[in-house]
Each structure stands twice: as C-alpha cells, then as structure tokens.
Design a protein around this ligand. Structure first.
Ligand SMILES: NC(=O)c1ccc[n+]([C@@H]2O[C@H](COP(=O)([O-])OP(=O)(O)OC[C@H]3O[C@@H](n4cnc5c(N)ncnc54)[C@H](OP(=O)(O)O)[C@@H]3O)[C@@H](O)[C@H]2O)c1
Length: 246
C-alpha cells in the first residue's frame, strides 16, 4: 500500500513512534527511524522492519534544533532519494502545576513538541513541493483540546500543533501536500508509565471503551492518513482515545 514511499518518523525508536515506524514499514514504506538518544531502540526497530522484508535506516537528530532537523531531513533524502511522508511524533512532557513550573519546563516542552514539528515541516516542504506531493501527520494529544491541570506547557504545545496543522494544510493543499493531526488519549508507553495504578484505573473508568490505548491503535490511524484512502482528508484532527473526548 505504501510501496516506493519513504517515511520519516521522528522519535521512531520507542513508544507510539516505534509502532508507527513498524506499521509503515509493514505496508512497504522505506522508513527513517529518527531518535534523539536511544540508538539501541532505533536499531531494533530498523532490524525488525528489515527482517520482515522492508527497508529502514536509523538517523540521530534532535528535532528541537533547527540545524539538526535540517541535517536529519537532508540525510533522509540522501538515503532514499525522496521523502513522501513525515510523521512528527517526537514529544516530551515536563508536568508541573503552574506555580511550580519553571521557565525551562515551559520552553523545553514547546521546543521539542511544537518547534520540533515546525522545524521538520519547514525543512521538508521544499522537498515535497519539488516532488509535487506529500503527507504530513502531526501527533498532537487530546490534552491540546481539553487542557489538563499540571500540563499547561504540554497542552499549549499540543494545541499549537493543531494550529500549525490547519494553517499548513491551507497553505499547501493546492500543492497536493496533505497535513493532518492525530490526537491520542492515554496510550500505554513510557510517557504514561509514570502514572500510578490508581490513576490508570480511574482513567479507564472514564473512557467509554474502558481501556488505555496501545501504540498500535495510533499507528493504524496514522497509516490510514498516509494512504491513498485518505487522499481527500486534510487539516483534520483525529482523536484516538477510546471515546474519552467527544
Ligand atoms: N503516550 C500517550 O498517552 C500520548 C498521548 C497523547 C499524545 N502522545 C504523543 O505521542 C508522541 C509519542 O509519545 P510516546 O508516549 O510514545 O512517548 P515516549 O515513549 O516518551 O517516546 C518519546 C519519543 O520522542 C523522542 N524524542 C524526544 N525528544 C526528542 C527530540 N528532541 N528529538 C527527537 N526525538 C525526540 C524520544 O527519543 P529518545 O528515546 O531517543 O529520547 C522517543 O522516541 C509524543 O508526541 C506524545 O506527546 C502520547
């Protein structure tokens, strides 16, 4: 379904990004697995894709740096000759109530989640324009829609991602570049591992489908948005949250 396409997944070494990279690889895309620190994880993802008959490459790069994002995209293009799909998945949290939140907590979350998304879109757009098409999927969060006490930095970054998604979708729609966002609810990864069992149980109770999500649940929707089946969908935010927000 994605044969001859090349996909760059930021933060593809673990968690949701890992599942997205594996899914796109299983559909025939050549996958660039970006990571910031965890080279071992990235190589494991590459290995799994290759063992299943696909092509993949791990590339290090901190997306919050304008220059590193530029180098990442340049190297990705050199590796597979084109980049058809960009999944802006890399993200961090630094949760604190506002009164305790330091300037650095706010800045670093905005830098990785929002500026990182901007950096990658900015550097990939000339390539996609030259190719006369492309697909961008940005991983937002339901927290960007509803807010959450203790996550004002994260909520702002994820709401910002929705703003950039809609704006760039309007700018680039006429050039056959589609831009959508996926807003996961609570997904079982390292990011949510810190929650106590009590909090997880309370969350499950409040979710209509009565379970936390899996990385695979998000990867399926990302894969659909990357596919031809979604060729008339742009500027949208798709919640993958078991019905948590409706
Ligand atoms: N889990 C959830 O419930 C949930 C819900 C809604 C939205 N999301 C979003 O989904 C995305 C993935 O979350 P996750 O739960 O899979 O998180 P995770 O398990 O903590 O993984 C975060 C990923 O981001 C990468 N990363 C962090 N900073 C980076 C940087 N500056 N440059 C490049 N890569 C960087 C990490 O790479 P290293 O390992 O190399 O540091 C890692 O691959 C995030 O954007 C998150 O906000 C998650």
């Amino acid at each position: 379904m994605l044969k001859d396409k090349c996909a760059l997944v930021t933060g593809g070494n673990r968690g949701i990004g890992r599942e997205i990279a594996l899914k796109l690889g299983s559909l025939g895309a050549k996958v660039i697995v970006n990571y910031r620190k965890d080279e071992e994880g990235a190589l494991e993802v590459v290995d799994t894709i290759v063992k299943n008959g696909g092509e993949a490459l791990a590339l290090k790069g901190d997306v919050s740096s304008y220059e590193e994002a530029e180098a990442l995209i340049k190297k990705s293009k050199e590796a597979f000759n084109n980049i058809d799909i960009l999944v802006n998945n890399a993200g961090i949290t630094k949760d604190k109530l506002l009164l305790r939140m330091k300037e650095e907590d706010f800045d670093s979350v905005i830098d990785v989640n929002l500026k990182g998304t901007f950096n990658c879109i900015k550097h990939i757009t000339p390539i996609m324009l030259k190719q006369k098409g492309g697909v961008i999927v940005n991983i937002s969060s339901v927290i960007g829609l509803i807010g959450n006490a203790g996550q004002s930095n994260y909520a702002a970054s994820k709401a910002g991602i929705i703003g950039i998604t809609k704006s760039i979708a309007k700018e680039l729609g006429g050039k056959s570049i589609r831009v959508n966002a996926v807003a996961p609810g609570f997904i079982k990864t390292d990011m949510t591992e810190v929650l106590s069992d009590e909090v997880k149980d309370r969350l499950k109770d409040s979710i209509p489908l009565k379970r936390l999500g899996e990385g695979k649940d998000v990867a399926e929707v990302v894969a659909f948005l990357c596919s031809e089946g979604a060729s008339y969908i742009t500027g949208q935010v798709i919640n993958v949250d078991g019905g948590m927000v409706m």
